[in-house]
Unconditional design. Sequence first.
Lengths: 280, 280
Amino acid sequence: MHTLIKKPVAFQGAHYAFSEMAARQFFGNEIDSLPCRTFEEVFETVVQDIAEFGVLPIENSLTGSIHRNYDLLIDYDVKIVAETVLRIAQNLITNPGVSLSDINTIYSHPQALEQCRRFISSMEGVEAVATYDTAGSVKMIRDEKIMDAAAVASRWAAEDYGMQILKEEIEDYPHNFTRFIVIGSKEKVLGSADKTSIVFSMKSIPGALFKCLSVFALRDIDLLKIESRPMRGKPFSYIFYLSFAASMQEQSSINAIRHLEEITDFVKILGSYPSGQLDL
Amino acid sequence: MHTLIKKPVAFQGAHYAFSEMAARQFFGNEIDSLPCRTFEEVFETVVQDIAEFGVLPIENSLTGSIHRNYDLLIDYDVKIVAETVLRIAQNLITNPGVSLSDINTIYSHPQALEQCRRFISSMEGVEAVATYDTAGSVKMIRDEKIMDAAAVASRWAAEDYGMQILKEEIEDYPHNFTRFIVIGSKEKVLGSADKTSIVFSMKSIPGALFKCLSVFALRDIDLLKIESRPMRGKPFSYIFYLSFAASMQEQSSINAIRHLEEITDFVKILGSYPSGQLDL
């Protein structure tokens, strides 16, 4: 299915970013990937047909929903065509032949260093040094043949640079997963849809959300996610993210959304797509 | 009210972290603050009565709910006693007398540099250099009297170090707010409660959430937040965060929670407290 991709897949970040790993996990290693500086750029490259698809983080198991990308899903004329869940793991990486007792310095992006705080502080006399990116730290200790230091980065960076993974999964909280969505133009289809994501908004009146959920409950449609968020600049107004276990090809979904539109200010269907791994 | 605090207020991070700013915004500048390395440490210092209160980020307007702190609220025997919302703003800070055209280098934590990506890339020929923390960068350019560089940090760091704010609010997305909760032991009260936060879990069966919300709707209790999250290791089980506009001192709240307990696997009341600023 994924071998017919002719144009690159866009992601935000530098090469070896977790978003690029998610793109390769989903589409395979043979795709061309297109690094973008911002999330907006990912949407722009898809809308302008420069990229075939875009891959964007939407939810992390430790830090929650990435509201910025929900906002952009409202603003741009694209749809969610798939999702994929990636385990976010950090590794202690060195030049081949280096052992744990040789290490005096650990280089990485501060966020990666912080994710591995417990492990690093258990190594006595070792200094953690902040760098601009994780994979860049691997490249640096390789290029400069530094034998008394390690880098913290993804397995993928270690393998691509031919470096040694001295210790896997050194992050403090191992249950660190990110759900990524794949966005494409409206015509794109990637498999059989069994899940639909929508955004809707309404004034906060007692029982309003209860009425909104009734349009699904009354039709026995199972909910997979619900999240409210205050609307900026509009006191007492809320925006809701909702995913349900059905495709917009089904009549009951069409009926539910028509019913929802009767009782809300705004509804946008973000896409129907094959569900990825259920548990984040 | 806040002047009776005898013990320190705990927060996660180094001095000048946004969590410390939130603590000072809420309790005033005269408090002793206690920096902790992890969120757990904040809970521990409160439980062990080393700290009088703890201040923890729970939700950000761009990046969502901090699930880790919800998990710890379930694990620890503390309650939410207050909340405060802080604007997360970054500033371009220099030694007094430095002007924009003097700057060749900008120092800060990579996360702060990334938040200000557009501004920094608009300054031609200027190099962004990653450091371990934002306030530390201000201190460095001050101590070393560097006149051709700037740091990116909070207003508070600039003022405390007697430095010049050359440009305010240079972040790409100005609508960046974090909601912080104040935690304390069960006896602590900080003002008149009008909001209650709870966590509950249930098996995903069609209409189950609809039934849960009915316990509030049937009693005309207004919801302020609802968020679902898959339970790790338990497929098809969900945990819900819910806040409503009433205190557990009210009979209707007591009735609603008793009703909710009939139809869920687990309910924990995280606290009733005075609501802070409503819009995140």
